[in-house]
Design a binder for this molecule. Structure first.
Ligand code: SF4
Length: 369
């Protein structure tokens, strides 16, 4: 039986550019959408031979929720006609609260076949949404969540913490609100100032929370959500009640399972090799037209690189790391100390981060790999 892949579809269109965002997305490109959608179909049709069956489909961006019904229907129908997607596959769409209407939500679920809607809420505090340059307001977010919940799809609420001057109590306000709405999944990310974002270009010097304050906020968030029935299964991710509510597509990244990415800047991985497409909708279309692929570069991973990736990713989620993958000098002594400090647990020859360990997941990988 062939290995199941995940399918990632990148939609690089946004209405406005948020100042913290370094993703491959841009506004004012509506004239490219027709051709972009047809080019995505061409790339799917020309996929590598081993990508035969799929058990997750993820539309990310950018803002996939911006696409018209015609465009979205064209690409989702094409995927179904061209690929074998398992009947019980997870289909996720990322949307912005400002774009959601009850009709659109109903289309995504009933016609396009998505069964999971990931909402970029980011905050339930208006001053924080303003700082983040979001186009929606708090009421838009509440309405959007309600409209999406009515479809019966699983709902994921994304939040951003660690804004300038934000203390733990302020961090927790949006967390409390999100949990009260009982979505099946909550993601809580720390604000980062990434190269390529407007914040970074402006050289913004924010008063960011110090490390202790950030750790306090992180642990308070985890404790609160766990108390509300959420499983803290990855550094930034929580699922309600059962691991069935975990983000199955994202989990394949942490597990090192293969996926095919299509669209501008999309990355792919087949288990030993990764490749990625050129950035930008126009460059992607041009590359596909000229060469029938848009690959910018390819990287073959050695066994040791694959091991280091398993370690780095394994400490970031509940799956943990195989003990046999840890090769550091004196690793037994180091592990014993980390167990005493309650930063890792060892079960069945696997080493797992605790919630406190999630806070230093990257350091655990460095010290133990
Ligand atoms: S954060 Fe999301 S909505 Fe904002 S510009 Fe980036 S991709 Fe678009």
């Amino acid at each position: 039986m062939s290995t199941c892949f995940g399918l990632y579809v990148h939609i690089p269109f946004c209405r406005t550019k948020c100042p913290y965002c370094a993703f491959d997305s841009a506004p004012d490109q509506d004239d490219l959408i027709d051709e972009y959608i047809e080019t995505l179909c061409d790339e799917i049709a020309a996929r590598p031979e081993q990508a035969r069956s799929f058990d997750t489909v993820y539309f990310g961006g950018g803002t996939p929720g911006l696409l018209s019904e015609e465009h979205m229907g064209r690409i989702t129908d094409f995927i179904r006609s061209e690929l074998f997607v398992k009947p019980d596959a997870e289909w996720t769409i990322e949307v912005n609260p400002g774009d959601v209407t009850i009709d659109k939500a109903s289309f995504w679920v009933k016609k396009a076949g998505f069964n999971r809607i990931s909402l970029g809420v980011q905050s339930f505090e208006q001053n924080e949404l303003d700082f983040l340059g979001r186009r929606h307001d708090v009421q838009d977010a509440l309405d959007a969540i309600s409209d999406c919940q009515m479809t019966g799809a699983k709902i994921c609420i994304d939040l951003i913490q660690g804004l300038p001057g934000q203390n733990t109590e302020q961090r927790m306000r949006s967390v409390h609100k999100a949990a009260s709405l009982k979505p099946s999944h909550i993601s809580v990310y720390e604000l980062t100032i990434d190269e390529g974002s407007a914040f970074h270009a402006a050289g913004a010097k924010f008063h960011r929370p110090d490390q202790d304050a950030a750790a306090d906020g992180y642990l308070a968030t985890s404790k609160y959500l766990r108390g509300k029935g959420y499983l803290h299964y990855e550094v930034s991710n929580y699922c309600l009640d059962t691991f069935d509510n975990m983000a199955a597509h994202n989990a394949r990244y942490w597990q090192g399972r293969p996926w095919l990415g299509v669209g501008a800047s999309a990355h792919s991985f087949d288990g030993t090799r990764r490749w990625w497409n050129v950035r930008g909708a126009a460059a992607y279309i041009q590359a596909m037209n000229q060469a029938e692929n848009a690959i910018e570069d390819t990287e073959a991973l050695t066994d040791d690189q694959l091991r280091l990736e398993r370690v780095a990713l394994g400490f970031r989620w509940m799956g943990g790391v195989a003990r046999a993958d840890l090769h550091a000098d004196g690793v037994d002594d180091k592990l014993a100390r980390l167990v005493r400090e309650k930063l890792v647990m060892i079960r069945d020859d696997r080493v797992h981060s605790t919630v406190e360990g999630f806070l230093i997941a990257d350091a655990l990988a460095r010290v133990l790999a």
